[in-house]
Design a binder for this molecule. Structure first.
Ligand code: PGA
Length: 237
């Protein structure tokens, strides 16, 4: 596991360069996308680089990690909407090549892994990390062998995400998420964590035991992971 520590802006720039390098070498790369506050600086940088002609997503395909159950893509808190507004509408990707698991047709959740496999597998998966160590919506206790599935969100995750909804009651109780195995199947993983609140879990997933109780700790077993941290998130390492 490679660890890179810098300011949030520099971290976003360096992570963006991984996309530039990958897409130069493989223009039709399969990208794994993430939502949340953390990737916003990275997505803004990718939009800037795309506009400047330094990277093209025209042939790339993208599979997002997760989606809330019950929200369709027009809901402004759905992850499909988030990706459209924060990335896809600002770059030259073909919308037909962007996939987010359906929060409505959840009975076909496991098909998502087959789709990813049929596309050739994810070349580079982007991750954030929850305060409880979740990656995607794989909450503590999720089996490492899991593929895309429906999960019940923990109270702490619902509270963490309530800031985007009018009240906690409106935060969905379930989500569909790539499983741990789906994530581990990616050829390369980049994880970004910024801010003081992430410092304890950053220390735990990097230095602690590999355990299903800390889902991100599984990344210690992945052969190609880069962790991008700002100074605050890295402060307990
Ligand atoms: P955040 O979410 O980027 O909004 O902190 C990360 C996550 O929950 O995976």
């Amino acid at each position: 596991m490679k660890i890179i520590i810098d300011t949030p802006e520099k971290v976003a720039e360096m992570a963006a360069q991984r996309y530039v390098e990958l897409l130069k070498e493989k223009p039709d790369a399969i990208l794994g996308g993430a939502t949340g506050s953390t990737p916003l600086l990275l997505y803004a940088e990718l939009a800037r680089l795309n506009k400047a002609g330094e990277v093209s997503f025209a042939k790339a395909k993208s599979f997002n990690l997760d989606e809330y159950v019950g929200l369709d893509g027009t809901h402004d808190q759905s992850y499909r909407y988030f990706m459209d507004k924060n990335l896809f509408e600002h770059i030259d990707i073909d919308m037909a090549n962007t996939r987010v698991p359906s929060g409505i047709n959840t009975e076909i959740a496991a098909e998502y892994d087959k789709e990813i496999e049929a596309a050739g597998g994810i070349d580079m998966q982007l991750l954030g990390i929850g305060n409880n160590g979740h990656i995607g919506f794989n909450e503590p206790g999720t089996p490492f062998g899991s593929i895309t599935h429906v999960v019940e969100l923990t109270e702490s995750t619902r509270q963490a995400n309530a800031r985007f909804f009018e009240s906690i009651d409106e935060v969905p109780t379930h989500a569909v998420t790539m499983g741990i195995k789906t994530v581990m199947n990616a050829k390369k993983v980049i994880l970004i964590a910024t801010g003081k609140a992430k410092a304890p879990i950053v220390r735990e997933f990097i230095k602690g035991a590999v355990t299903e109780e800390v889902p991100a700790s599984v990344l210690q077993l992945h052969p190609d992971v880069e962790v991008f941290l700002d100074h605050e998130a890295a402060s307990l390492l």
